[in-house]
Design a binder for this molecule. Sequence first.
Ligand code: ADP
Ligand code: MG
Length: 476
Amino acid sequence: MTQTDQERWLRVRGRLRTEVGEDIFSSWFARMELEGIETDTVRLSVPTRFLKSWIQSHYGERVLSCWQGEEPALRRIDLAVRSAVIKSNATLIKVPEPAALPRESRDIRIDGGEPRSYYAPVSSSQEALGGSPLDPRLTFDSFVVGRSNTLAHAAAKQVALARRGDSVMFNPLYIHAGVGLGKTHLLQAVAWTGNTQPDRKVLYLTAEKFMYGFVSALRSQTAIAYKEALRGIDVLVIDDLQFLQGKSTQAEFSHTLNSLIDAGRQVVIAADRPPTELESLDERVRSRLAGGLVVEMGSLGEELRLEILISRIAAARVHHPGFDVPGPVLAYIAKSVTHNGRDLEGALNRLLAHSKLTGQPVTMELAEREIRDLIRPQEPKRVKIEDIQRIVARHYNVSRGDLLSSRRTANVVRPRQVAMYLAKTLTLRSLPEIGRRFGGRDHTTVLHAVRKIENLVGNDTALAEEIEALKRQLQE
Ligand code: ADP
Ligand code: MG
């Protein structure tokens, strides 16, 4: 290769950088090298197969046209993967100063070792990636299985106990449930169990941590190292995916997801809604998420609540041997604190605090007084747009397809408007999102439907009752 070839390459790189912007350039092209130029072909190389296929499928044309700006006779880009020699150079990547993070997200390690240093070798993905902290109490042993979570528990356990090289059964495993129903508990149990297997790298991250890691890697020009480290994980566990925000992190999440799944690595995800309702994510990501096993955990029934309380008390007595809660009080808490697992824990903590501080036994009277504010009216059920469409369609004797279609005959227009109205009033979805879910309609159409039904309901008692009945049916 000649001196001028290298100079041309520098100019092409400059052109590429201007065209795609600094972030993309440093993520994908910073480690691309020129290997040589032959008549109509440029030979380039990158360090990983993933980079190669990503660049080929997303930037192949771009790279070629940047070269043609330099040398119009060029027709082909030949992109190869450089041998792994470079890796052994123990490249150091800088892990950014964590001081800006809230206290609890610092010292983020899942293997219980020492806090990480600021410089970590690329190969040590755990250190470079920094998982979120794990709570030692959230294990499979302390997870109580009941009707609402049997399937989620079984799937999580299966995934956690798989060995390296086992074929992956459901990928991704996607668990969704409302607040306090045990998602984090189950995911951390997966991480604890997975980490007991010496050759298996399990990383537990909240979506927020994932974003933070990626954004700071971009800022410190270590995005590639970060991506590579992520892709070296055997099991990636991501909690609260609904909080994933921002275009570039979502794109990055999508690449990570695809490459891990394609490489036969396990991905486990929890969120407060099903994949189809993760509005901010790209359609392709949503369908990939829905393509594994999607399991919902329902609310904790009374029996399950009672069992959780009993197991919590047993755990508390290890440190507080005098603590005891009489059976009727337990039954009372299980019956009345219906909201979620967090409130159950809160209720017990108050009783524990009270009994420690006053030395008095826990009585029914005390329990009633202490947990009064935790007794809330039953939380309204999460209503899904699909359910609305299904139930409205059935009620008006049309098909769900009719509701989503562009047909404008009166017998489908009214049911469609009712369904959109219910979607707006019973869910937290935005107008554009509702439009999208109704066959890709504009948000103004949805708004029109909502207003229309609102007006009608004011004057037409029969319709008002009909809608009330539909609402009740959806909230049961
Ligand atoms: P989520 O992440 O779904 O909001 P968490 O996993 O944080 O909920 O659960 C809230 C609390 O309820 C935690 O203390 C958790 O241990 C407890 N909990 C929920 N479900 C169960 C269960 N099936 N067995 C034992 N504890 C549970
Ligand atoms: Mg959680």
